[in-house]
Design a binder for this molecule. Structure first.
Ligand SMILES: CC(C)(COP(=O)(O)OP(=O)(O)OC[C@H]1O[C@@H](n2cnc3c(N)ncnc32)[C@H](O)[C@@H]1OP(=O)(O)O)[C@@H](O)C(=O)NCCC(=O)NCCS
Length: 177
């Protein structure tokens, strides 16, 4: 099936949240614990569709399940000096993992912000999540550290690994002859 990756639009929000709420209800990948309604995210989707540092990309399968994944850059922390750091996130529709959708979304997302005033991209990964770790490593993210037992969901505590990369990773060095 052909999958198109394009910038997200306000009207994609219900499908984005359908994908996300699966993980809200069944997975520690997000620490949100209650399903999110489109009316809760109106400001969020506007912030992510106006250009600038915060972007939203979606993967759409025209003949199949419609929206099959999405990825964002978002504010890392609210204090002003953190503005040059963004946090990236990516979610595939349940059952559509491992098909290259995350890779395509991250390729488009990171390319789209290359000219923005961003120094660092950070990703927070609840452990274990081998697919997410592999995807981030593939894009040059390196583990900065792990926070232990910082979230409680499904009656247990979870560790979160922080991954980081410069917006523009250095070119691989060619060893001197
Ligand atoms: C994490 C996620 C976004 C990755 O996207 P994806 O489309 O499944 O990943 P891709 O098919 O593009 O593969 C990316 C890399 O991960 C690897 N990978 C995919 N699934 C894997 C798995 N279950 N275990 C180990 N590696 C895996 C692929 O081999 C590939 O690595 P390579 O390029 O070195 O070969 C997706 O699995 C997902 O939505 N998971 C549930 C939600 C989630 O955890 N989101 C991330 C929150 S931090």
């Amino acid at each position: 099936m052909r999958i198109e990756v394009r910038p997200g639009r306000v009207r994609d929000l219900p499908a984005i949240l359908e994908i996300y709420n699966h993980y809200v209800e069944r997975s520690p990948a997000t620490f949100e614990v209650s399903p999110v309604h489109p009316s809760d995210r109106t400001g969020w989707v506007q912030e992510h569709t106006a250009g600038g540092r915060y972007r939203l990309w979606v993967a759409v399968e025209r003949e199949g399940e419609g929206l099959v994944g999405w990825a964002t850059t978002s504010p890392f922390r609210p204090r002003a000096a953190y503005a040059t750091t963004v946090e990236s996130s990516v979610y595939c529709r349940a059952g559509r993992e491992g098909q290259g959708i995350g890779f395509r979304l991250y390729s488009a997302l990171l390319a789209s912000v290359q000219d923005e005033d961003i120094e660092r991209v950070v990703a927070a990964i609840t452990l274990p999540n081998p697919a997410s770790v592999r995807l981030h490593r593939r894009f040059g993210f390196r583990r900065a550290g792990t926070l232990h037992r910082v979230g409680r969901k499904f009656d247990r505590f979870w560790d979160v690994a922080y991954y980081e990369r410069p917006l523009r990773p250095p070119e691989p060095q060619v060893p001197a002859a």
